[in-house]
Design a protein around this ligand. Sequence first.
Ligand code: ADP
Ligand code: ASP
Ligand code: MG
Length: 434
Amino acid sequence: MKEPIKVFKFGGASLKDAAGIRNVTSILQRYKGQKIVIIVSAMGKITNALEEVVYAYFRQDGTADAYLQKVKQQHYSIMNELFESTDEVFAQVNDTFVEIDWILEEAPQDSFDYVYDQIVSVGELVSSRIVTAFLNKSGINTQWADARGLIRTNETWRESRVQWPETVENVKSQVEPALQQGMFVLTQGFIGSTKDNATTTLGREGSDYSAAILSYCLDAMSMTIWKDVPGVLTADPRLFDNVVKLDRLSYMEAIEMTYYGATVIHPKTIKPLQNKNIPLHVKSFIDPDGEGTVVSGEIEDFHYPPMIMVEKNQVLLHISTKDFSFLVEHHIKDLFTIFDKYRIFVNMMQNTAISFYACVTDVPDRMAPMIEELSDKFNIIKDEGLELITVRHSLPQVYEAVIHGKMVLLEERIGKSIQLVVKDMPAMTRKNNS
Ligand code: ADP
Ligand code: ASP
Ligand code: MG
């Protein structure tokens, strides 16, 4: 029999202002008396704003502090709506921001990626202080926990990997006792720390993954991510009309969808949950009574409607041998060694006699040196600003709709799944001069 622990994750959209924090509190009121672990992200778009601080700091053009002041002000104006000026949370938040002040006082000594993690992690540290304080003020007894004492990672800054045995031990020994005492436990998503206590981050949008890590460690009964949509939809409603909510999804379908761009769930979230057969609920924080979507292992042969995923910011690399020799296995091995070295992820590929096509996600600061290295051995043509569209369980009319106004550069079909690398193409119209 599993311990009845429920893990909840609230992302930036649910915490973007004082009303959002009040709404989260009213959702949590419904679960009083249960064992609840809460994971929060930074508020609203704060992670992007903190990235601006890091970029400015590395430019050393004197603007970093102004960017930081903006971030501080956003928090203080929300706090002024929620707290009395004498409340302890102001000192906690100030003390957290001081960490960034100290970094900015001196010119950068450490690598960009290391400093990035030290600065950007502050978004989650601050939001978790504010939400915990407001829950306690509202009569929900909640213990704040530092995720850096829970989630142990390696030292791959900005994309660190979880070290599971230490993490399981930390979570069990630190979180369970507070739950036993009847408190909710609230901690940060997205962040962890190395064995030397240096702060790390798990990759952008990684808070869903943090919640899955905690769910795994605690053998949770279920995990719920609270979103601004009614559940998992057949496509991103920002991009497509007439989308439909999926009531249930298998883990496998969810992994495929999220890997290819259904950003409603971080792709790394599913595996830890599947490993322990923990159901994932995707529910609306606007309509908490709504059924949402449940992702679980019990529905493999469900008949799904067509689903569309879009990955923006794609580059198509056309790689060919310089001397017209066939592009064979050892070339492909070399290519993947180089992709791996620069952490450039290949989303789709095809090859011909002397060419290899790879659709990869653009990361400009890693792409430029990678292309330079590839150019020693290969001719490279790069097509930028593309989209990778994936259609699962496709029907002919859906295919027609997604390619409308697009030029298809690469296409692959496996059963009813279609992948297309496309470029926007203005529709040509015939001039009226007969
Ligand atoms: P948060 O960071 O607050 O946890 P996100 O903004 O990362 O939430 O995720 C929710 C958003 O995911 C939605 O507003 C929606 O635009 C987008 N999204 C993309 N694909 C889908 C999909 N298939 N179903 C639902 N939402 C989707
Ligand atoms: N705050 C982090 C980000 O915006 C993590 C998350 O929101 O999941 O990437
Ligand atoms: Mg998010």
